[in-house]
Design a protein around this ligand. Structure first.
Ligand SMILES: Nc1ncnc2c1ncn2[C@@H]1O[C@H](COP(=O)(O)OP(=O)(O)O)[C@@H](O)[C@H]1O
Ligand SMILES: [Mg+2]
Length: 382
């Protein structure tokens, strides 16, 4: 079993991945954004605390100086007991004690503030790392995103082409097989049978030669007629297989001849209109145009119940446009071209030929309103 490329599924997968990356990117973006905001707030906090730390340090220094003074004062009053009243001494003692307590409290506060500042610094550094990582991630996701959406989203198309070409390859082989089957059947039913008949009749002639010359003469005449008919059948088969006139004369003259034959044979009034300068095109284009018209005309004969068939051939510098129209019963195009079921290869075959040459095919038909087959093929140099 060959691996099936499901281009649509691949596209879906790539698109889902792209969406996930985009979502992820947005989320990381939000994380980075709120981290940045938090960082901002934290920096402001840190500044405030730093200010407080500085103030507290100054306060501690001031208090320490005050404490030194208070202590000196206390030493002084306690040294000179006589000159200072008891209440003065007590006051000095209380003052010193109060300042000492203030120093302790303020130092404690300084410690706490420093600790908070250190903690904030640590958290700030963490936050900075988070932001840096988020930004790197956003860049990486951006790269992944553009890689996927730029290069890989094309892969669906590439694979679709591969798949289409593979499908087309198989269909071309199928169509070739069909064609061979048709030719085999035509030779079997036509010339092969006539030849067998000719051999039989020749044997009869041989046996009757001495007895009834007149009978032999008429038998030989019939033999000649059936060989002649067979010859024209063989010519027809050869023409259908490969219109050699196409190689010798080119598109328009071959078509003219073919359509005159068609009109004689099927009693459908045909008309060929050629616009533009008649010239030779590359072989595959000539064959494709001829085969397409041949199939369209065959369909008109087989299905359309039409009385007229018109072919318009437009030859421009860049492309060949073909327009085949009948006044027949029409049909439901989407139904008839939905798939190769039921062995209807004709229109599909045209489509494949046209697609292989990168041309366009359009079939317009409505029941009761006739059919138009419109195709155009780009002219290439090869
Ligand atoms: N010019 C036409 N007028 C009416 N019906 C048509 C015409 N061309 C095609 N169809 C319809 O489309 C079907 C598919 O055509 P085609 O692919 O050539 O297969 P096939 O000729 O072997 O049936 C035909 O069976 C017929 O029903
Ligand atoms: Mg057909």
């Amino acid at each position: 079993m060959p691996i099936e490329f499901d281009a649509k599924m691949l596209d879906t997968a790539v698109n889902a991945t792209l969406r996930a990356i985009e979502d992820g990117k947005n989320q990381v973006f939000e994380i980075a954004e709120s981290a940045r905001k938090e960082e901002q707030a934290m920096r402001e906090d840190a500044l405030g605390i730093q200010r407080q730390v500085a103030e507290t340090i100054r306060e501690v220094e001031r208090l320490e100086r005050a404490y030194t003074l208070a202590r000196h004062k206390l030493v002084e009053v306690s040294r000179d007991f006589d000159r200072h009243s008891e209440s003065e001494i007590k006051q000095a003692y209380d003052d010193a004690h109060k300042v000492q307590t203030q120093v302790l409290v303020t130092r404690e506060r300084e410690q706490q503030l420093r600790a908070r500042r250190d903690d904030l610094d640590r958290r700030l550094r963490n936050l900075e790392q988070t932001i840096a990582r988020a930004e790197a991630l956003i860049t990486q996701l951006g790269v992944a995103f553009s890689y996927l959406s730029g290069d890989l989203s094309q892969i669906g198309n590439v694979l679709k082409n591969v798949e289409q070409r593979r499908f087309l390859g198989i269909r071309v082989i199928q169509a070739q097989e069909e064609e061979r089957k048709r030719v085999a059947r035509e030779i079997h039913d036509g010339p092969a049978q006539t030849m067998a008949n000719v051999v039989l009749r020749a044997e009869i002639c041989e046996k009757m030669l001495d007895r009834d010359v007149e009978k032999v003469r008429s038998e030989l005449r019939e033999l000649k007629d059936s060989v002649r008919a067979s010859l024209s059948e063989v010519r027809q088969i050869i023409f259908d297989l490969r219109p050699m006139a196409l190689d010798d004369l080119g598109l328009a003259p071959t078509l003219r001849r073919y359509m005159a034959d068609f009109q004689d044979k099927y009693k459908i009034a045909t008309e060929l209109k050629v616009f533009g300068r008649e010239k030779r095109f590359n072989n595959s284009l000539e064959v494709a145009v001829f085969r397409s018209i041949q199939e369209a005309l065959n369909n008109i004969w087989k299905h359309a119940k039409a009385s007229t068939a018109t072919v318009r051939l437009e030859l421009t510098e860049k492309q060949v446009n073909v327009h085949i129209e009948d006044n027949g019963i029409g049909f439901d195009v989407s139904e008839a071209t939905s798939g190769p079921e039921g062995g209807h290869f004709g229109l599909l075959g045209i489509k494949e030929r046209i697609q292989l040459l990168e041309g366009r095919l359009e079939i317009k038909s409505n029941r009761g309103k006739g059919t138009k087959v419109i195709l155009s093929l780009p002219i290439t140099d090869e």
